[in-house]
Write a protein that binds this ligand. Structure first.
Ligand SMILES: Cc1ncc(COP(=O)(O)O)c(C=O)c1O
Length: 359
């Protein structure tokens, strides 16, 4: 059913392109959400107790589902409203964390040095969450004791996520591998993904998009968090596709697409890129900060009407009801810059959106 690129027959993938340290231990899973859960379980065994995990208040709630099932205690840390970097709690405040998650959102390099210093003061492991990152950069993927990549988010593959363990975290490798083998009944189904890809490449896709634009229909509506089937293994098809992916080409196309959109965005009062330097490597999406929620909603609806698949900031954890994360949820609009899209097509679509709003 799934057609692999010519010459691809392997059923494993080389993690080399994501390694930054020769001593890295690499584990392939289906999704980073499972990597986090397996990591927490191995650490609980190692420390002989439940563990505390510090996660940013702006994290997507669905991705926490497997971690929540482990019984780990979650502490949500706040973010600087301007820099969007972590505001680490005072060292004497609250119980110290065992694991600290630092997210490089949309491919933007977050403040790694400060995070590592905070971890070292508390004997905690630093997890660099690179779920939105294509590959390591000089500022991403080098400091973490654990580094998580979600290849399935940025490459054309049905599943696949890499968990890298280094320094003292390598001791967790055997327990995580054993856990994966024991709990993994299966990998996520590949057939539905392969059908979707095939349909996306036919004229039917255009017709479907005209009838019903994909994604959320309302800017403020969040999908409800759903239990995830226990399928933590990466599929052989995914690993083959990951191995065959041309990361250089993907990075270039994503940068070019985001830059093309930014040219048009620059003409809209009140709208600006959320992060400086988002074009440095390979953006996952182009995140834009709107002047207020009203502008975000109007742009979102106009994008849908023009069949440009815009999104809002992902669903927040229910524990978070105020602060920087809620500001981001109400004012950020995400535009697509996927490598399969064309820069001219994106510019034309966004120009039509602005014309519709008479901006
Ligand atoms: C910042 C972040 N980290 C981790 C995850 C989980 O990634 P995965 O889909 O590979 O489980 C997500 C998912 O959307 C995410 O947005």
């Amino acid at each position: 059913m799934l057609s692999l690129p010519k010459g691809v027959s392997r059923i494993d993938a080389q993690p080399d392109r994501w390694l930054t340290d020769p001593g890295d231990t690499a584990l392939w899973l289906s999704r980073s959400a499972w990597s986090l859960a397996l990591l927490a379980r191995a650490m609980m065994v190692e420390r002989g107790r439940t563990i505390r995990v510090a996660v940013p208040e702006y994290i997507c709630n669905q991705s926490l589902w497997p971690l929540r099932q482990t019984g780990a205690e979650l502490d949500f840390y706040a973010l600087d409203p301007q820099r969007l970097t972590p505001l680490w709690p005072d060292d004497r405040q609250g119980a110290p964390p065992d694991l600290v998650l630092l997210v490089h959102y949309f491919g933007w390099a977050n403040a790694g040095d400060e995070a590592l210093a905070y971890c070292r003061r508390h004997d905690a492991l630093l997890v660099e969450d690179c779920a939105h990152v294509l590959r390591p950069t000089p500022e991403i993927g080098r400091l973490g004791d654990v580094v998580l990549y979600s290849q399935h988010k940025v490459l054309a593959c049905p599943d696949g996520a890499l968990c890298l363990l280094r320094r003292q975290a390598t001791a967790l490798g055997p327990a995580m591998r054993a856990d994966l083998n024991a709990m993994a009944s299966d990998h996520p189904p590949v057939t539905a993904w392969a059908w979707r890809r095939m349909v996306q490449k036919t004229p039917i896709a255009g017709l479907r998009a005209r009838l019903r634009p994909p994604g959320q229909s309302d800017f403020t509506a969040d999908p409800s968090t759903t239990p995830m089937p226990c399928q933590p293994r990466a599929s052989a098809a995914a690993l083959s596709l990951i191995d065959a992916a041309d990361l250089e080409l993907v990075a270039r196309r994503r940068r070019v697409n985001a830059a093309a959109l930014l040219e048009v965005v620059g003409t809209v009062p009140g709208l600006r890129p959320l992060f400086d330097g988002i074009l440095a490597e390979a953006p996952y999406r182009l995140p834009l900060l709107c002047a207020n929620q009203q502008q975000a909603e109007r742009l979102f609806q106009a994008c849908r009407a023009e069949r440009l698949p815009a999104e809002s900031w992902p669903d927040l954890p229910p524990e978070i009801t105020s602060g920087t994360a809620t500001m981001l949820r109400s004012r950020v609009l995400l535009l697509p810059c996927h490598q399969d899209l064309q820069p001219a097509q994106l510019q034309q679509a966004f120009t039509r959106v602005l014309r519709r709003l008479s901006v």
